[in-house]
Design a protein around this ligand. Structure first.
Ligand code: BT5
Length: 257
């Protein structure tokens, strides 16, 4: 990653003023959380070209070949009501979706609740937010498959994953794409602070990959099938099973083929 190039294209006022970069680390999220103890604060970025222990939700793995994709954690302040921290995962999803779509004309990235970026019906990115237990900060980690080839994905996720390069047939300059996404993140966080959650919700609904589709919801103690009907005003997914509208608070949502 060429940090100077990222800086040149950032148009932000608070995000990315300090960029920390390592060729490899365990996980940019874990690294960022540790740096809070040493004084890291809102707007700081943590970037790596390779993660030895990148993770997704529920202890799952996030894989990424060295030097081809974007692995970034950005530090943001908790919303004024800390109970609304989960909104920031949705802000980040909207912002990165908007950033990629604006930067790469001709492609349409969509959002799969609650934290996935989808392209051509396959996963091309994910968001994982972690709240610091004491500081009023949230670390928002984003992994984007940019220049990965089909053969870079491990066999068990190869069918369901894609990258910008696979979709577009050409490489994309990671630094320019990342700057665009960060510019959009600052814009969307500003919209959230000024106008509340509704514009974020509207963006999600307008770019949803799952609304109207048949899905299977897998929660810790139950699973059920239904139609992804809507999102409620807090950003939770509403799934219609029979005559009942169920609110999905956590868990996995699989698209039924
Ligand atoms: C996510 O989790 O999608 C959140 C991913 C966040 C990764 C970033 S990278 C920077 C920062 N540092 C970290 O350590 N993490 C963040 P989840 O919804 O739980 O999806 C994880 C699942 O996606 C895995 O179990 C695999 O099935 C699949 N997967 C793993 N790597 C993938 C990839 N590169 N592309 C598509 N799918 C992948």
């Amino acid at each position: 990653m060429n940090i100077q190039k990222i800086n040149q294209h950032l148009k932000t006022s608070w995000l990315g003023k300090k960029i920390n970069y390592l060729p490899e680390t365990t996980s940019t999220n874990d690294w960022a959380i540790k740096e809070i103890e040493k004084g890291a604060g809102r707007g700081d970025l943590f970037l790596a070209d390779f993660q030895m222990a990148g993770h997704g939700r529920l202890g799952r793995n996030w894989e990424s070949p060295a030097g081809k994709n974007i692995l970034v954690s950005l530090m943001d302040a908790l919303p004024s009501d800390p109970a609304k921290a989960p909104h920031l995962t949705l802000v980040a999803g909207a912002a990165f979706c908007d950033g990629i779509n604006s930067h790469c004309p001709g492609i349409t990235v969509k959002l799969k609740w609650p934290n996935d970026l989808f392209l051509d019906g396959k996963k091309m990115g994910g968001v994982l937010s972690v709240r610091h237990p004491d500081a009023p900060l949230v670390v928002i980690g984003i992994g984007l498959n940019v220049n990965a080839n089909v053969s870079d994905f491990s066999p068990d996720i190869r069918e369901e994953s894609t990258s910008l390069k696979i979709s577009q047939g050409r490489e994309c300059e990671r630094e320019l794409l990342l700057s665009a996404c960060l510019n959009h993140y600052e814009k969307w966080r500003g919209i959230y602070d000024q106008k509340g959650f509704l514009p974020i919700l509207d963006y999600w609904k307008g770019h949803s990959f799952i609304l109207g589709k048949k899905v299977k919801v897998v929660e810790v103690n139950q699973s059920y099938e239904g139609v992804a009907q809507d999102m409620d005003s807090d950003g939770f997914l509403l799934v219609k099973t029979g005559e009942v509208l169920k609110k999905v608070v956590s868990g996995d949502v699989l698209i039924c083929s």
